[in-house]
Design a protein around this ligand. Structure first.
Ligand code: F6P
Length: 550
């Protein structure tokens, strides 16, 4: 598929000229010159209040960026996604996570099949199973009620469920423990299981491919732990293991009953899968009704993306600002700062979503890009970040746009804490935008030598997203906002946001190195670089000293 390179689109030249005119415009000047700015650039959509006013953008910037979106084919690509076209061209797949939250009764026919009907059939099975576990009707092998759910998966099969569980804890059944095991490092599994009773533990093994080495290794060890704890009766597996996958044959080969398997489809990308059966642990935690509310929140933002004009379309505007800063301000990083402890895992979730999607160097047609694509995404919950990396955000040399996510109402009763938290979010965004000038620092009586150290240059842009409360619906709308931002950025950059070829090479090398690490005989020389060979020898020696083979 031929892509007109970004630099060759007419709006690109217009934006380059425009940037030269506005790059020195301060946010102080922008606000002073436009009393309506704050109101004009704040939007209420799907229960989210999104304030874009602290961005280094004029009305003309927005017009030009929207022109760029049109020239990049953003509306057509959005339509193509909702139609089920195979917009993941390198894998020849549709990209239909929006169908996962389409209301019952709507239709989306792909290859002659209504995918919405299939989605709801799985949701119904998930709901029935969740109700049985939550009510105690589903018991373990020895007849005990399930008191712990362990989600075993990695990447998109872990981050969404783990993030959602943290975010929605006030809505969860507190009598059941939830754990998330992802890393192949045995510490992850061992620590997760340390205080659990096998007779009361349910494993949810989640893997789109059911071949990911981390998940298969963890699942096999979990199975061994279960059987060791329950006297070795292999029939116990059926009561303590369920699977979520697109590859039902592999699930069966692992020994999990098809009846205890929840499917999804290759048109759901791993990092876009938390509203598919991958959300089973979320549903087990919050129940089917709350899970439906989560899906409704996603759907509200999906509909906004599909129907709102580009100049008032939140994911589109957010994406265009992302492109603006990456391209014209050299932003190689962006921060996500949830001022809500329950959203602690949101930055990790968004790292996979954004960087696995748009961390690309070639366009859809295979040509190499000559412009930046995804920045590095990072973040920590407020106020922890303030006492760590905010120094760099305020006074460092990199230019790092940031998102503040704030809830108007807390999910706890400690009002004074919440007031402080919210005040800090507002204060940080204000300080980043408007800084403190040299004159202001001097006027405070600061000694001359300290003046440069105490100046805050300001003009560091932020988006503030306010949720009324962190409900399932608000979480859904928030995550969908980011999903669609990533889609639109990818369209402007001309990349395939839905493949991830860059994870393959390491997997192949790791398989070979594992064999060499554990082989009895000394591995042949010259198969790796000198550094890797020396490290391999050293680690083989350590292994031998500990009594292992090799
Ligand atoms: O990291 C590569 C990747 O394929 C991700 O895209 C995916 O979310 C993760 O591995 C897990 O894959 P699976 O669900 O197939 O185990």
């Amino acid at each position: 598929m031929h892509v007109v390179p970004l630099r060759q689109r007419p709006a690109f030249a217009a934006l380059t000229a425009h940037h030269a005119r506005v790059r020195d415009l301060s946010l102080r000047a922008l606000f002073a010159g436009d009393p309506a700015r704050a109101a004009r650039l704040a939007f209420d959509v799907a229960g989210l209040h999104v304030d874009f006013s602290k961005h280094r953008a004029t009305a003309e910037t927005v017009d030009l960026l929207v022109r760029l979106a049109h020239e990049s084919g953003v509306p057509a690509r959005i339509e193509a996604m909702f139609r089920g076209d195979r917009i993941n061209t390198t894998e020849g797949r549709s990209v239909l996570h929006v169908a996962l939250r389409a209301p019952r009764g709507t239709r989306l026919v792909v290859d002659g099949e209504d995918v919405v009907e299939k989605v709801h059939a799985v949701l119904d099975r998930m709901a029935a199973f969740s109700e049985r576990v939550r009510s105690g009707a589903w018991t373990g092998h020895t007849g005990k009620r399930i008191r712990a759910v362990v989600n075993v998966g990695i990447g998109g099969s872990d981050l969404g469920p783990a993030m959602a569980w943290e975010a929605l804890r006030p809505f969860t059944d507190r009598s059941v423990a939830f754990r998330f095991v992802s890393n192949v490092d045995g510490t992850d599994l061992v620590e997760a299981l340390r205080d659990l009773d096998p007779a009361e533990t349910l494993f949810v093994v989640v893997s789109k491919t059911f071949s990911t080495v981390e998940t298969m290794t963890n699942a096999a060890s979990a199975r061994a732990w279960l059987l060791a704890g329950l006297g070795g009766d292999a029939r116990a597996v059926a009561r303590h293991f369920v699977a979520v996958s697109t590859d039902l044959a592999r699930v069966r080969a692992f020994g999990i009953d098809p009846e205890a398997t929840f499917g999804f489809w290759d048109w759901v990308g791993g990092r876009y899968s938390m509203t598919s059966a991958v959300g089973l642990s979320t549903m087990l935690a919050v129940g089917p009704d709350r899970f439906r509310e989560l899906l409704d929140g996603f759907h509200a933002m999906d509909e906004h993306l599909r129907t709102a004009p580009l100049e008032r379309n939140l994911p589109v505007l957010k994406a265009l600002l992302g492109v603006w800063y990456a391209q014209w301000f050299g932003a190689a990083a962006c921060a996500v700062l949830p001022y809500d402890q329950a959203l602690r895992r949101l930055p990790a979730y968004l790292q996979q979503l954004a960087m696995e999607s748009n961390g690309k160097r070639v366009r859809l047609d295979g040509t190499v890009v000559d412009h930046p694509t995804s920045p590095v995404w990072f973040g920590e919950p407020g106020t922890n970040g303030q006492h760590s990396f905010f120094q760099l955000l305020h006074q460092g040399t990199p230019f790092v746009p940031a998102d503040f996510v704030v809830c108007a109402h807390p999910s706890h009763g400690l009002r004074a804490h919440h007031d402080l938290l919210v005040a800090n979010a507002l204060a940080q965004a204000e300080a980043l935008a408007f800084g403190r000038t040299e004159a202001e620092v001097r006027a405070e009586g600061t000694p001359d030598a300290l003046v440069p150290h105490r100046v805050f240059p300001g003009d560091r842009p932020t988006t503030t997203i306010v949720l009324d409360r962190l409900t399932p619906a608000a979480l859904g709308a928030l995550v969908a906002l980011y999903e669609h931002q990533v889609l639109v950025e990818g369209v402007v950059w001309g990349v395939d946001s839905f493949d991830q070829w860059g994870v393959e090479l390491g997997k192949v090398l790791a398989t070979r190195l594992r064999d060499e690490l554990t082989a009895d005989g000394e591995p042949a020389r010259g198969r790796h670089d000198a550094s890797t060979e020396a490290l391999l020898r050293r680690l083989r020696a350590a292994r031998r000293a500990a009594g292992g083979a090799g």
